[in-house]
Design a protein around this ligand. Structure first.
Ligand code: WTA
Length: 666
């Protein structure tokens, strides 16, 4: 049985939610009387048209009863950008630091107040409006972790444009596919950025992507706005004398960021948005390979982001909060941008990597900014563990109060290292389970209120009612393991997949009518805590990045030498999971190092470096059932180095197993 850790006085003192009983009462109220529960937070925000009472939430989760829909606060009008900037400035936070920006190089840093951020956002909003970007238009963003990225996202929110951020580690193919799918009118990027000692040539990738969007998808992106970021610091490596040698410039579509904002007014009236108008979309991997454009709307997302931040990080006025996630992922959207700003918080925003210039960069930043809440991913913790304790111990980290983790289950060894070494046995750890689709945390510890167990995600957040179902869709009450689902919405849940409501209904609501299906397995233990047991579909989680096996298989079979490919997840000590690929070859093709190398390169090039396979093995045949379905269970065992394949009675040709064992990759 896992050991229970209780919140210490260090955390509980002055917390807004100091006891488990209080958490339970509030959780019960959030389910029984949602409107009353959320009214406190609703009243803090500005509503151009006030919400009508009794209209807080309506939904249908039962596909047999008609279309799936979720609506919160219908009839209310507001603007998220106004609420996270203007409202804070009006409430006297104008001079408060919104972000301490820490560049890739330790000598490159800056800070920005709420008032200044508001001015920059207004100027950029006016620039966008001048170029005919407005409500409902899609704006693709392919940016490094710089303040302009936040400015750009908030400017979209201000004028009602829908931002679609693509993580700047994605390839030009991935960017082209995403921009074309959402029919982006404009793309915002930077000339480039350093990550550690590596130069990311972002503008060049964007040029490639715009070209591919045109030729492959027949979609023209009309304008590319470019932040000149590289001229800031060239200390990390050698750049060409003229930075423009790094990329092409086309006066017809390329515009410098400063030319967009120069001379623009620092006042910009917001576009008042209906509660259910879109705020942003963000692509996440789908198990068929085609990315899904998860769509979030205005009022519900704002409430939920604000509330989760406040309780899960136990946020207080003078705190310095730091989330290391990239804005290219949902964690960056909700917990770098919208949620901290909605709470008038001061955050650290970090451009670089944990390993540059040294492996203590995270800890030296915690010390430098006196960080009170630190939010990162298990893969980063595991990577840092191997450099030894001295990297942590030489820094003063007494400012820390709450530690948090996201992206994948955190193994107990990493949890204990985080708890004991980083948190000196006195900080709470919130292991936050959630998804791009959920908008914000759904299962987590709450610092001063709930007990913790290493590896358990913990308890549902307010408004969230997790239901574990067995294979037949029967609810498992009390202890037990099964599919993690939800029978009712909370304000932050996604509303649809952009342009594809049918797929939304099929992917999330078909399997168990009446329930939103997360795609994750879960176990409820004897203390009512929830443990996430991993994906139950064909998805992989490499270093917290979700990807689909079929997406990678599709890329492998693009090589004409490969006849068929099957990809499985193999546990990896640092990355959580890694990709192990099986390839069968076409006539006349030979399996050799050159093929393996070129397949690995192809995946990097087509999807992104984070998707590069660890192992590729030759497979004379793949284990298939009589209906032709690949038995991935067997492939997973081979990848693991096991010899016992369990029940193989449904295989068409059991002899493939001996061959697969023979060619196992090392
Ligand atoms: C996994 C990231 C266990 C899970 C916010 C989920 C986790 C997927 C945790 C979503 C956690 C995320 N414990 N598993 N604390 N957090 N996951 O959409 O499989 O990038 O479905 O959102 O990551 O990944 P996504």
């Amino acid at each position: 049985m896992a050991q229970i850790y209780l919140p210490t006085d260090h955390v509980a003192d002055r917390s807004r939610l100091p006891s488990f009983e209080q958490y339970q009462d509030m959780h019960k109220m959030s389910l029984d009387e949602p409107e009353a529960f959320w009214s406190e937070i609703i009243n803090e925000f500005h509503w151009q048209t006030h919400p009508t009472r009794g209209n807080f939430m309506s939904y249908n989760f039962d596909i047999n009863k008609g279309n799936i829909f979720v609506k919160f606060m219908e009839g209310a009008m507001t603007n998220v950008c106004f609420n996270v900037l203007d409202k804070n400035v009006r409430n006297g936070h104008g001079d408060k630091i919104a972000f301490y920006w820490e560049g890739n190089h330790p000598e490159d840093y800056s800070r920005i107040t709420y008032a200044k951020l508001m001015e920059l956002v207004c100027q950029f909003s006016n620039g966008l409006r001048d170029r005919n970007i407005g409500k409902g238009d899609r704006v693709a963003i392919y940016m490094p972790m710089i303040l302009e990225t936040v400015v750009c996202m908030l400017a979209c929110a201000r004028i009602g444009a829908i931002h679609s951020v693509v993580f700047a580690g994605f390839s030009s193919d991935s960017l082209a596919e995403r921009m074309s799918d959402c029919k982006a009118k404009v793309l915002v990027t930077a000339d480039g950025a350093w990550r550690g000692t590596k130069l990311l040539n972002l503008k060049d990738t964007c040029d490639d992507a715009m070209e591919k969007a045109k030729t492959k998808y027949n979609h023209t992106v009309g304008m590319c706005i470019v932040v000149p970021h590289l001229e800031r610091v060239t200390a990390c490596g050698k750049l060409p004398h003229d930075l423009r040698d790094l990329y092409k410039w086309n006066d017809d579509i390329d515009v410098w960021w400063h030319d967009m904002v120069e001379g623009q007014s620092t006042i910009c009236p917001p576009e008042w948005m209906a509660a259910e108008d879109p705020l942003f979309m963000l692509y996440t991997s789908g198990s068929t390979g085609k990315p899904k454009g998860v769509l979030h709307t205005t009022a519900g997302y704002m409430l939920y982001a604000a509330a989760t931040f406040r309780y899960v990080f136990d946020h207080r006025d003078k705190d310095i909060y730091w989330c290391t996630a990239d804005v290219g992922w949902i964690t960056g959207h909700t917990y770098v941008v919208y949620a901290p700003l909605a709470n008038a918080a001061t955050s650290v925003m970090f451009e670089g990597t944990p390993f540059f210039p040294d492996n203590d960069r995270y800890w030296s930043c915690v010390e430098k900014y006196k960080v009170t809440q630190f939010y990162t991913a298990p893969t980063a913790i595991r990577a840092l563990m191997k450099f030894g304790e001295h990297n942590v111990k030489r820094h003063n980290m007494t400012s820390l109060r709450v530690l948090a983790s996201v992206g994948e289950p955190i193994n107990s060894e990493a949890w204990l290292w985080y708890y004991k070494l980083v948190g000196s046995n006195r900080c709470s750890i919130a292991d936050t389970f959630w998804q791009t689709e959920t908008g914000g945390h759904v299962i987590t510890s709450i610092p001063a209120a709930t007990p913790m167990k290493p590896g358990a995600a913990g308890y549902p957040f307010f408004g969230v009612d997790p239901i574990i179902l067995d294979n037949d869709g029967k609810e498992i009450k009390g202890e037990g393991e099964g599919f993690l689902t939800f029978a009712r919405p909370w304000p932050g849940i996604m509303r649809t997949l952009f342009g594809d409501h049918d797929r939304y209904q099929e992917v999330y609501f078909r399997r168990f009518p009446g329930y939103y299906c997360t795609g994750d397995g879960a176990r409820r233990d004897e203390d009512g805590m929830i443990w996430i047991t991993g994906r139950i579909d064909d998805m992989l989680n490499v270093s917290g990045h979700l990807m689909s096996t079929s997406e990678v298989e599709g890329v492998l079979t693009e090589d004409l030498r490969v006849a068929e490919a099957a990809v499985v997840a193999k546990p990896h000590p640092l990355k959580g999971e890694s990709l192990y690929c099986f390839v069968t070859l076409g006539e006349g093709a030979t399996f050799n190092d050159e093929l393996v190398d070129s397949l690995k390169k192809r995946v990097r090039h087509r999807i992104g470096a984070f998707a590069a396979p660890d192992a590729i093995q030759y497979a004379p045949g793949l284990p298939k059932t009589r209906s032709g379905k690949i038995m991935r269970r067997i492939l997973r065992r081979i990848a693991l180095g096991e010899n016992d394949m369990g029940d193989i009675s449904t295989l068409t040709d059991p002899s493939v197993i001996a061959q697969l064992l023979k060619y196992r990759a090392t």
